[in-house]
Design a protein around this ligand. Structure first.
Ligand SMILES: Nc1nc2c(ncn2[C@@H]2O[C@H](COP(=O)(O)OP(=O)(O)OP(=O)(O)O)[C@@H](O)[C@H]2O)c(=O)[nH]1
Ligand SMILES: [Mg+2]
Length: 290
């Protein structure tokens, strides 16, 4: 078998997680229009008869302002040390900026083969796409592939580029496994995603979900007990909503996803707690599972 690890890196919100889901063909990572949705490296696994590619989705790279931000950046650059290839994702709807250039500089120092993926081409004019590709070509990376992770247009072209880079190696995961997250962590992510879709501005960054209980009851129902941590008292009310409305809506949406995932009915219980400034404290980050 030929196999390898491929890290997916780029600025926040360029579509890295959407891309990994498209490549794997399963929802392994949550996505949202809020920057910094991904907070951990998440492995998504694509297995065919002769190959296995382990895609490593990473948090968006940005100038860190908190202990959490620092951890995430270190995590991303750390992941590059064990990788065979890198997908460097750019957003076709935005100009190439200083953030992209900084990442490009760092990537030029790595030994891994770098493939540039220009994403969101469904929302950009042909002329703009060409301009961006030309501008990025100055970095002199191994290949440049325009795609839409959303419509999956061009996704096979990425696999065509990666195929020849894989070397003879072990099968890291069983063929039917698509991700490496524990069920508890994945369940927490699905819940967080529903909050992200409904919360505005800074609040998404202040939210952490911990699933404390996950068990199948005698009647076959899966019980999920989760806590939503916010950083300030004022945020608690927002997360709960008027008369509990937001929490109810998020709960219903998350439950539907969880039921699909577990293939059984789910009882979901979400509590909300305030944990002052958890993003800034290393001890709290440990406890919240970062
Ligand atoms: N139109 C369009 N939107 C896309 C495409 N890929 C991703 N998006 C959208 O862009 C937003 C960000 O996508 P994510 O996959 O969460 O981005 P990310 O790079 O993983 O973001 P972080 O984890 O925060 O760094 C979401 O609203 C996606 O639906 C695409 O090909 N076309
Ligand atoms: Mg992401």
């Amino acid at each position: 078998m030929r196999s390898g690890f491929v890290s997916v890196v780029g600025r926040p919100n360029v579509g890295k997680s959407t891309l990994v889901n498209a490549l794997v063909g399963e929802k392994v990572a949550i996505t949202s229009s809020r920057p910094q949705t991904t907070r951990n490296t998440i492995r998504g696994i694509l297995t065919t008869d002769e190959t296995q590619i382990v895609f490593v989705d990473t948090p968006g790279l940005h100038r860190p302002r908190t202990a959490l931000g620092n951890r995430l950046n270190r995590l991303v650059y750390g992941s590059l040390e064990e990788t065979d290839a890198v997908l460097f994702v750019l957003d076709a709807t935005q100009r190439i900026g200083p953030g992209d250039r900084l990442i490009a500089e760092r990537l030029r120092e790595t030994e891994a083969t770098v493939v540039v993926v220009l994403n969101k081409t469904d929302r950009a004019a042909k002329g703009k796409i060409l301009e961006q590709l030309q501008e990025a070509a100055e970095w002199d990376f191994a290949a440049y592939v325009p795609v839409s992770a959303l419509t999956t247009d061009g996704i096979e072209l990425i696999l065509d580029e990666l195929g020849p880079l894989l070397e003879e190696g072990p099968q890291f995961f069983p063929a039917d496994v698509h991700m490496d997250q524990p069920e508890r962590v994945y369940a927490g992510e699905l819940i967080r995603e529903k909050f992200l879709h409904r919360l505005r501005e800074e609040l998404p960054h202040s939210l952490a979900i911990v699933v404390e209980e996950l068990e199948t009851r005698d009647n076959g129902m899966v019980y999920v007990g989760a806590t939503a941590y916010v950083e300030r008292k004022s945020q608690k009310g927002i997360v709960i909503g008027k008369g509990g409305s937001l929490l109810r809506e998020v709960g219903a949406e998350a439950r539907a996803d969880l039921e699909r995932f577990f293939g059984s009915s789910v009882y979901l219980d979400i509590r909300v707690k305030v944990e002052d400034d958890w993003q800034r404290h290393d001890q709290l980050l440990d406890r919240l599972g970062f």
